[in-house]
Design a protein around this ligand. Sequence first.
Ligand code: SAM
Length: 257
Amino acid sequence: MITEENLRRLYLDTLEKSLIGLLLEDPPDPHIPPAGFANAAPAFTRRIREQGRDFPSKAYTMIGADRMANIRRSVELALADGVPGDFLEAGVWRGGATIFMRGMLKAYHIRDRKVWVVDSFEGMPEPEIRRFPADAPWMPWAGRLSVSLETVKHNFDNYCLLDDQVWFLKGWFKDTLPTASIEKLAVLRLDGDLYQSIQDSLTHLYPKLSVGGFVIVDDFYFFKETRQAVLDYRAAHAIIEPILEVGGNAAYWRREA
Ligand SMILES: C[S@@+](CC[C@H](N)C(=O)[O-])C[C@H]1O[C@@H](n2cnc3c(N)ncnc32)[C@H](O)[C@@H]1O
């Protein structure tokens, strides 16, 4: 029988597969990483894509199926429990994870929450090595992963998901986040990789995360700078909720206090 629940599941499953490039078996692009950094596979490999371990040529997100499923569970739990607030990703690249968040609002007929799409839209920052020596390995990445605001808007539009429930915040996190008009967040996803990017995101956004909300940190188990920024912030703010793992890469916890 076709119920609304079945249709919703079908839409979200298909949206997710499309956004990660599974449907068209989108091959990895060897030119995305800088010289000296290789893509995880020379050709499309289903398991690698599902684990989000390569840079797709065309797909709108690089995070793979395991981490998309984590977004879906977090959003569904936040909605089911009535956790107040918007959904946000800081570090969006082509926008796929945020398109998925917007698709979830649509699938659940939610009109009173927004999706915040936060990025430089000019690629990775040049690391401030004097202040953040841990970020030195990110030097070759400065300006990489650059996707313009217009392109990300176009990507939303391709899925008929560009509307007034999607808010874009363009610029470096340290400049945009302190004064952004974000009030409350129910799901906060951090994917800026550098120590400074994660620290700036947590400093300005974690205080806006509702109790019962989720914070998700991409690459927590992959980049030591990302992990260290999270551990330092947790220690400084006496955050003790257990850190949970997603597919050997991301980490998340649910705010309890
Ligand atoms: C690994 S990509 C994000 C991948 C994306 N979440 C996805 O679903 O495919 C990192 C993104 O973070 C952005 N970024 C990193 N540090 C930033 C900063 N300090 N300010 C603004 N954008 C930043 C980059 O422009 C890039 O788009």
